[in-house]
Design a binder for this molecule. Structure first.
Ligand code: SAJ
Length: 406
């Protein structure tokens, strides 16, 4: 039986996927409310295909509880935030999960860490916890790191099709865990050592962060001299070895805006390109705000209360707001004691910020300038409603004339 610890954005779909493929699974989370919701037959976030997968897993007998199980295999997928000041990974949730596993774990079991950790975290924090509990790693407890790669918005497809990495101390144990993931994963599964697995995961997200920063920096350079960054990127990308990403209002989420900081925190004098890239991305919401002020001036608009931000989530068509560029922008506004921006997102039904709307038409009625912060399908399908508005399109999706860009 597999005990999946942590039933969030990664743990839940992973647990469901295993169960749907005939693996006996118990999902454990310390959040009683979350467990109650799952036991009441409801999923805890929106994702294409998640409800269907949930139904299959329930039919196959998956169980949810707050209790850690006595079993032979644990998969830990708890969050790993970074420490605001040191920028280093904060492994507190992983450590506490491992500690609790140690209280029930039988000898010979395997503990798989799926949570993203920086290179060396398992050596530095996880191994000592296991040893302090009197277990000998490699004999009493086997350790594996199997970082996930799935993208919110396309999780179910990617769980099935992405290649994966398994890092293990012991090749045979790595192969055993590879078999487990192969119960559902149709991609190639590479087995390596734990430190290489830790590093690859962080490097993958860093690659993307640095490339997004490059696109964002180009947008700023082009804005400075009034060039069309989108046309320039399009032409450059016709070169066979160039593939520039798209600029945007910033980078949010819990991965690309977080993981690269682990490398900056651990290797401050070496990870300089990475550090600067993160600053560029983190500066984008402020850049959007400057654009808003410039456009207001140009258009003779004076009431910040009639400026509306479309989108609160960190990217399109998901309901995840963590560290989103819109929240970052609102934070800056607050710091400057200049609140008042109106906000709307079709995916966010709870009231989470001031001046939040729950209906597109009412929102548009109350604003003159619309800032497209997130390219949800909803706004793409309702472009005609923006005809009478001043539009700052941060994603180059609006075909109307006179639209402003970042
Ligand atoms: N973004 C841009 N310009 C772009 C692409 C993205 O500004 O050209 C922004 C998005 O709007 C968003 C942020 O970057 O705010 C991140 O979005 P994303 O869709 O690129 O990535 P995440 O954070 O949802 O998921 C990433 C993925 N990693 C990579 O693509 C290398 C995913 O595969 C990982 O599993 C996930 O991080 C994770 O959990 O680590």
């Amino acid at each position: 039986m597999i005990n999946v610890i942590g039933l969030g954005y990664i743990g839940l779909p992973t647990a469901l996927m295993l169960a749907a493929h005939d693996v006996e699974v118990v999902g454990t989370d310390y959040n009683q409310k979350l467990v109650d919701t799952l036991n009441a037959g409801k999923t805890t976030f929106k994702e294409d295909g998640l409800d269907e997968l949930f139904a299959q897993a329930v039919e196959k007998g998956i169980r949810f509880t707050t209790e850690y199980q006595v079993t032979d295999t644990y998969i830990v997928s708890v969050p790993t935030p970074y420490d605001e000041f040191s920028k280093k990974v904060d492994a507190c949730y992983v450590i506490s999960a491992i500690k609790t596993i140690m209280e029930v774990a039988p000898k010979g079991c395997t503990v798989v860490v799926e949570s993203t950790v920086s290179p060396g975290t398992i050596d530095k924090y996880v191994r000592p916890v296991i040893e302090e509990n009197g277990f000998v790693i490699g004999e009493d407890i086997h350790l594996v790191h199997a970082p996930e790669r799935i993208i919110p918005g396309n999780m179910i497809y990617e769980l099935l099709h992405n290649n994966r990495t398994i890092g293990a101390d012991d090749r045979a144990i790595g192969e055993k865990i590879k078999e487990l993931y192969a119960s559902f994963c149709q991609g190639e599964i590479v087995v390596t050592n734990i430190r290489a697995a830790e590093m690859t995961k962080v490097v993958e997200n860093t690659f993307r962060a640095v490339n997004i920063a490059f696109a964002n920096e180009l947008a700023k350079i082009c804005r400075h001299d009034n060039m069309d960054v989108y046309e320039i990127i399009k032409i450059c990308n016709m070169h066979p070895r160039v593939n520039i990403l798209q600029p945007g209002p910033g980078v949010g989420g819990h991965c690309i805006s977080v993981d690269p900081w682990f490398l900056v925190g651990d290797y401050p004098s070496l990870a300089t390109v990475i550090g600067e890239s993160m600053k560029v991305n983190d500066g984008m919401p402020d850049f959007v705000l400057e654009r808003v002020h410039d456009i207001m001036k140009e258009k003779g608009l004076t009431d910040i209360g009639r400026v509306g931000l479309y989108g609160l989530t960190y990217k399109e068509n998901v309901d995840d707001m963590r560290d989103s560029p819109t929240l970052q922008l609102l934070e800056t506004q607050k710091k400057h004691l200049a609140p008042g921006l109106k906000v709307y997102d079709p995916f966010i039904t709870d009231d989470v910020v001031d001046n939040q709307y729950h209906d597109l038409d009412t929102f548009l009625h109350d604003v003159d300038l619309v800032v497209i912060m997130v390219k949800h399908n909803e706004i793409k399908e309702n472009m005609a409603k923006l005809e009478s508005k001043v539009v700052l399109d941060c994603h180059n999706i609006c075909p109307l004339d006179g639209v402003y860009h970042i």
